[in-house]
Design a protein around this ligand. Structure first.
Ligand SMILES: [Zn+2]
Length: 248
């Protein structure tokens, strides 16, 4: 991760195929398959080296990254944005958890309804994650890439296919292209159906190899046909919760 983040700072697109995953680990405790919080260590490293002053961490694992949130809860130097399934392990990640002190408004939790699929994810990433991230204008992007959102995942509650994953990933790549000369590092979080995991990671790598990221509607063309009520409610709640911090 540390070598990768240095590459990302120089504009490289990196995928860190690490195990175990990291986002549940706190500063002093391993949790939920995670021993060391590698995305948080990478973010803190570049901040400590003054190689970056603003780090965006996007976390699309279906579980909330409680460790990453906790570690950066009081700082504006890291914007943590998470889409996850609420009411499952580890139990954190409500939208009301927005950060404290200097970090107020810099934790953005976007709980997705169980069963959310390609359309829901494509809409939330294009219409919520993207505008907030562009306003933050990070120096580098770290993505906690959890493939347990895949519909075949044995621990999963979501209904996402490779198309939805491409929509999410292309949004992250677009943010990096706009803000950091393309620099981004994906870090492998969950994903427990090995075939689905392999196909999903392969789809991400193909996106990373393309010269410019395609918009989410390229992968999920039906995304604007009818906005699902769960996404409408989420967007309304985001506007109410974050209107004083972000323009939406
Ligand atoms: Zn997970």
């Amino acid at each position: 991760m540390l070598i990768g983040i240095v590459g990302a700072l120089e504009g490289a697109k990196v995928f860190a195929l690490v195990r175990p995953p990291g986002h549940h680990a706190t500063r002093n405790r391993g949790m939920g398959f995670c021993l060391l919080n590698s995305p948080a260590i990478a973010a803190q490293h570049v901040l400590d080296c003054r190689a970056a002053s603003r780090v965006l961490i996007v976390d699309f694992d279906q579980h909330h990254g409680n460790g990453t949130q906790e570690i950066f809860y009081h700082t504006s130097s890291v914007l943590y944005v998470s889409t996850h399934c609420p009411h499952i392990f580890p139990g954190t990640g409500s939208m009301e958890e927005i950060g404290e002190g200097d970090g107020e408004g810099f934790t953005v939790n976007l709980p997705m309804s169980a069963g959310s699929g390609d359309v829901e994810y494509a809409l939330v990433y294009r219409d919520v994650v993207l505008p907030i991230a562009l306003q933050y204008a990070p120096d580098v992007v770290i993505v906690s890439a959890g493939f347990d959102i895949h519909r075949y995942d044995p621990l999963g509650r979501m209904d996402v296919t490779e198309r939805g994953i491409c929509a999410v990933v292309s949004t992250c790549l677009f943010i990096a292209e706009q803000c950091c000369g393309g620099g981004v590092i994906f870090e492998l979080e969950g994903g427990y159906h090995l075939d689905a995991l392999a196909r999903s990671v392969g789809a991400v790598l193909r996106q990373m190899l393309s010269e410019h990221p395609s918009p989410p509607e390229h992968f999920v063309p039906e995304m604007d046909e009818k906005v699902p009520p769960s996404v409408r409610h989420l967007k309304e709640k985001v506007r109410r919760t974050f209107s004083q911090y972000w323009e939406l």
